[in-house]
Design a protein around this ligand. Structure first.
Ligand code: 4AD
Ligand code: MG
Length: 467
């Protein structure tokens, strides 16, 4: 018998040419039935939906049937038939079944309804579940949306380094990269480590942001974006922090803070709309399983204009809430770095829609932000989202060489690390602005998942780098 080319299940389920001979390959999700007939739900990852395989047991040998267990990998050929059962339009009446891979009964995904915590311990297998299939398909779609958004607007995708000797955010929470022997590092006469013998002949780290190099590109190519992994060794064990996360950082010459806010708002709305348009099945599943308000929240964001508000006004609202008896865990006062409970109060309780806070105190923001005339605040902007808090952080950049130089000095950032960055302000400086979107924070929003560990295939967090 001639072999038939495999069709992906996503495509099979759309077909109505009943009677056609088809081939599907995938993993058994469930098998049920009677002594005469088995119904196999087969999934190949192309869609959240399974194709039902109907097996007339009398036509197959027992040895083969024994191996059709949950998790086993099958190749099935047969006739595409109209399904009489509810829930699917078509199914396959099996004519030939090959077990490509058996699956023994130690397979941990036998039953439905494992906790997300348990599934994190088997992160190597969790993409086989409906939930993580949906999440990782959405992850792909968001990446495509991001590249398309910027490409359509004439931005260039620019690759900034992963290994760097500079600390863009001045946060000092970097992972060091070295080939020195940790047990016996070469030392200088004063006992300090002799980095001249290290691979790069200087201390090096994993990047916390591609922004500074992105600015070099924006002030030459005009409009660029980065999209890559970033690393932060902050010991924050929260549902919103990862030690390794992906960030998208557009940077645009001649944009001011208002252009920057417009870009951020358009960008997020574009991504959310893409998800609703292209991932309806997966979003519906996540909505029904985990978060009954998901679809409504996604549609809500598209409809509403984001609130734009100076930090100082935001703090007034929070102080007023405290006076009216609202309890926050962390104190609010002008100058405080807002905690996610404060951000979420503004978004979820007060305005009931996304908020862009601007003009933060300079002490709590990075050195490169444009200084306002009040000498107290900088042209920063954070985009705050329901359920998440900060999803984007950005600013207009300080374009003035003298002001920037002075700020770097004030903060004690070593000038020897900054000369190349300062060159942008020396050689044809221009106003420019940009921001960073945390890719996994966006995914938290579009999937409705509540822990950031569940929107990246292999999460890296304090004390955990498995798989
Ligand atoms: O606000 P951040 O630190 O801004 C920057 O890195 C700037 N260089 C961006 C720029 O202007 N080009 O980080 C940007 C975003 C945050 O708003 C958040 O969404 C995400 O990155 N983020 C994290 N996501 C997951 N885990 C972490 N530890 C994160 N830290 C920041
Ligand atoms: Mg930030």
């Amino acid at each position: 018998m001639e072999t038939i080319r495999r069709t992906k299940i996503a495509d099979l389920l759309k077909r109505r040419d009943f009677g056609a001979q088809v081939c599907a390959k995938g993993w058994v999700r469930t098998r049920r039935g009677s002594k005469q007939v088995s119904f196999i739900a087969l999934n190949d990852g192309s869609t959240i939906n399974n194709v039902q395989i109907v097996v007339d047991l009398a036509q197959f040998n027992e040895e083969l049937l024994k191996h059709i267990t949950t998790g086993a990998c099958l190749s099935v050929e047969g006739e595409l038939v109209e399904s009489l059962g509810s829930g699917q339009a078509c199914e396959i009446q099996a004519r030939k079944i090959e077990v490509l891979g058996t699956c023994d009964n130690s397979y941990p995904l036998q039953k439905k309804g494992h906790s997300l915590e348990f599934l994190r311990e088997i992160a190597h297998l969790r993409p086989r579940t409906n939930t993580f299939g949906a999440v990782f398909r959405l992850r792909h779609h968001m990446a495509m949306a991001i590249h398309t958004f910027f490409h359509e607007r004439g931005f260039f995708y620019f690759h900034t380094p992963i290994i760097t000797a500079s600390d863009a955010e001045g946060a000092g929470q970097m992972f060091q990269v070295t080939t020195l022997d940790m047990n016996q590092p070469p030392r200088n006469e004063d006992g300090s480590i002799n980095y001249d013998e290290d691979f790069f002949a200087s201390p090096a780290n994993l990047t916390v942001s591609g922004q500074l190099e992105g600015e070099l590109a924006a002030t030459s190519l005009g409009a660029i974006y980065t999209f890559g992994p970033t690393f932060r060794a902050e010991n924050s064990n929260t549902p919103r922090h990862l030690a390794e996360f992906w960030m998208i950082e557009p940077e645009v010459a001649f944009n001011d803070i208002v252009d920057n806010m417009n870009l951020a708002e358009d960008f997020i709305k574009y991504c959310v709309k893409w998800a609703l348009d292209n991932c309806a099945d997966d979003i519906k599943f996540l909505n029904d399983m985990f978060d009954k308000g998901l679809i409504e929240r996604l549609e809500g964001v598209l409809k509403e204009e984001f609130i734009r508000l100076p930090y100082t006004e935001g703090v007034k609202i929070l102080e007023e809430a405290v006076r009216n008896g609202h309890k926050f865990e962390f104190p609010v006062f002008w100058g405080a770095d807002l905690a996610s409970e404060h951000e979420r109060y503004l978004v979820e309780e007060h305005f009931k829609r996304p908020v862009i806070l601007t003009d933060y105190p300079k002490e709590i923001k990075a050195f490169y932000m444009k200084q306002n005339e009040d000498e107290k605040t900088v042209r920063a902007m954070d985009v705050l989202f329901p359920k998440i808090g900060e999803i984007i952080g950005g600013s207009e950049r300080e374009a003035d060489y003298e002001k920037l130089y002075k700020r770097i000095e004030e903060l004690g950032i070593p000038m020897k690390d900054m000369w190349w960055y300062l060159d942008t302000r020396k050689f044809g400086t221009c106003p420019h602005a940009g921001f960073g979107l945390g890719f996994e924070r966006l995914l938290l929003f579009v999937t409705g998942m509540s822990n950031i560990r569940d929107v990246i295939p292999f999460p890296r967090t304090p004390r955990s780098a498995n798989f």
